[in-house]
Design a protein around this ligand. Structure first.
Ligand SMILES: [Cu+2]
Length: 146
C-alpha cells in the first residue's frame, strides 16, 4: 500500500512539474486598446421651425375649360379671385367671348387662352360661332369668389 501512495505522489509531482515548466513561456500581453476619444459632444443645432406647406390647390387644378364640339367643359367654373382660367382648344372653330367685352379671342387648333380674373363676380361668355349672349348655345360662366 505504501508503494502505491508513493507512486501516486510521484505522478502528482511529475504532473505538477510539467505544468510549472510549461507555464514558463511568457505570453505576450494583450494589447490594451487605447481609450477611444470620448464622442464629441453632439452639436445642439437650433430648432428652426419650418412652417408646414400651405395646402394650396395647384394653380392649374380646376381652372381649365375645354373648348370642344359645341360646348365649354365645364360650362360653369368657380375660381378664386386672382386665378387664371385657361381655355384649351379641343377641336373645331370657336371663340371665347365675354359678354362684358373683357375678352374675345378665336380658338383654333392648339389654342390656349389664359385670362386672369382679379375681381369677384360672375362672368358669362360664349362662342360667337355656336352660341350667343344670355347663355345661348355654346356658352359658359366663370364664377369668381373673393
Ligand atoms: Cu364654338
Amino acid at each position: 500500500m505504501k508503494h502505491f501512495i508513493h507512486a501516486i505522489l510521484a505522478v502528482l509531482l511529475l504532473v505538477a512539474g510539467a505544468v510549472a515548466c510549461s507555464g514558463g513561456a511568457a505570453q505576450p500581453e494583450p494589447t490594451v486598446a487605447a481609450p477611444t476619444n470620448a464622442p464629441a459632444a453632439t452639436e445642439i443645432s437650433p430648432t428652426i421651425a419650418v412652417p408646414p406647406p400651405i395646402d394650396e390647390p395647384a394653380a392649374d387644378q380646376g381652372t381649365t375649360v375645354t373648348v370642344q364640339g359645341t360646348s365649354f367643359t365645364p360650362r360653369e367654373l368657380t375660381i378664386s379671385a386672382g386665378s387664371t382660367v385657361s381655355w384649351v382648344h379641343g377641336g373645331g372653330r370657336h371663340t371665347v367671348t365675354a359678354e362684358d367685352g373683357s375678352f374675345d379671342t378665336p380658338m383654333e387648333e392648339g389654342s390656349v387662352f389664359d385670362f386672369q380674373f382679379d375681381e369677384p363676380g360672375t362672368y358669362a361668355y360664349y362662342c360667337r360661332i355656336h352660341g350667343g349672349p344670355g347663355q345661348k348655345g355654346m356658352s359658359g360662366v366663370i364664377v369668381v369668389n373673393p
